[in-house]
Design a protein around this ligand. Structure first.
Ligand SMILES: *Cc1c(COP(=O)(O)O)cnc(C)c1O
Length: 342
């Protein structure tokens, strides 16, 4: 049997032999005591990449985002984000559950908001309104089909936030895709964001883990919040070793994923049964099937050829490229797409 071609997400990757070897070799200790050298190295390395003081290694991007929101809000305050943001749509309503904060949603374009939209959301100092205390951006934007902000767009939003004394957080689950596509320098991000969450287990290929980056004092407090959420982990260095390996070896190759996603997007454009392909800016392809195509039927057709994709709303399908795909797999995907009869 041919190996499964799994395009549901870039989270499905498995550690490569070289990554596993790095995990085997890891020096570890009890991280709740702050004594795991590999965790400490990963946290310092991640922070230095983004020009931040400190980092906190956590099990998931949901946890790093939720801790950041907790750090920047109080009950009776408000978070501003795009309507399609992961923090709002896919984190189980955690903003209300963990932080008892309110949310103001912006209708951005493919997940991206403008400085003017952010400014218009800031509540006046009036007893009727929650206090606007945090703006959160996502880069790249998952529901925007992998669209990305450039550093100059971020700088303009950051200016609005600092002028109004509002914190700015980045959900950078796929920030390295944005950096590779834009050519921007990661260290510049540290100037504009108060906190940054990055995922090691998306396109970078680590099995588990995310980092929250920020100022030293904030990260010390964040460590308490991680503990109360049950996220104090012991010899986590085995996982941190995978994360370090990912950061040091798997960033530049993201360009390959972007090129392959674009190839898939181009083939979809040429079929008669797809009405829209979102512009393919990074490693995510989102497209809409014509009304006469049965979506489940299409997904089953792909599955019979060993290809898995995700349904992403009515008639919408998402495919995500990643480092566990081979050139032959990409060829099979393109062949299956062109041979489908609606
Ligand atoms: C995957 C993802 C996260 C974090 O998800 P976890 O599964 O909790 O690690 C956060 N934001 C975005 C945009 C994501 O795609």
């Amino acid at each position: 049997m041919n190996p499964l071609i799994d395009l549901r997400s870039d989270t499905v990757t498995k550690p490569s032999p070289a990554m596993l070897e790095a995990m085997f070799q890891a020096q570890v200790g009890d991280d709740v005591y702050g004594e795991d050298p590999t965790v400490n190295e990963l946290q310092a390395y991640g922070a230095s990449l983004f020009g931040m003081e400190a980092g906190l290694f956590c099990p998931s991007g949901t946890m790093t985002n939720q801790i950041a929101i907790k750090m920047h809000t109080q009950p009776l305050s408000e978070v501003v984000c795009d309507r399609t943001s992961h923090i709002y749509v896919y984190e189980v309503g955690g903003i209300a559950f963990n932080s008892a904060a309110s949310v103001q949603l912006i209708d951005g374009v493919r997940g991206k908001v403008t400085p003017e939209q952010v400014e218009a959301c800031i509540n006046p100092d009036n007893i009727h309104f929650p206090v606007t205390s945090l703006v959160s951006l996502e880069n790249t934007c998952n529901k925007g089909g992998g669209s990305y902000y450039t550093v100059s767009e971020i700088a303009a939003i950051s200016e609005v936030c600092s002028r109004n004394n509002i914190a700015l957080h980045l959900d950078g689950a796929r920030v390295f895709n944005a950096l590779v596509a834009s050519g921007d320098d990661a260290r510049e991000y540290g100037r504009y964001f108060n906190t940054i969450s990055i995922c090691l287990s998306k396109g970078l290929g680590a099995p588990v883990g995310s980092l929250l980056l920020g100022p030293k004092r904030l990260i010390e407090q964040a460590k308490r919040v991680r503990k109360v959420l049950g996220g104090g982990w012991r010899q986590a260095g085995f996982l941190a070793a995978a994360g370090l390996y990912a950061l040091q070896n798997n960033v530049q190759r993201l360009q390959v994923d972007h090129d392959r996603a674009r190839q898939i997007g181009n083939v979809l454009q040429e079929t008669g049964y797809v009405t829209e392909v979102m512009p393919v800016d990074t490693n995510i392809v989102i497209f809409t099937l014509a009304p006469q195509v049965n979506m489940d039927g299409f997904l089953t057709y792909l599955e019979e050829r060993g290809i898995l994709a995700s349904s992403f709303g009515p008639q919408k399908i998402r495919m995500v490229t990643h480092l566990d795909l081979s050139e032959e797999m990409i060829t099979s995907i393109m062949k299956a797409i062109s041979e489908f009869k609606a």
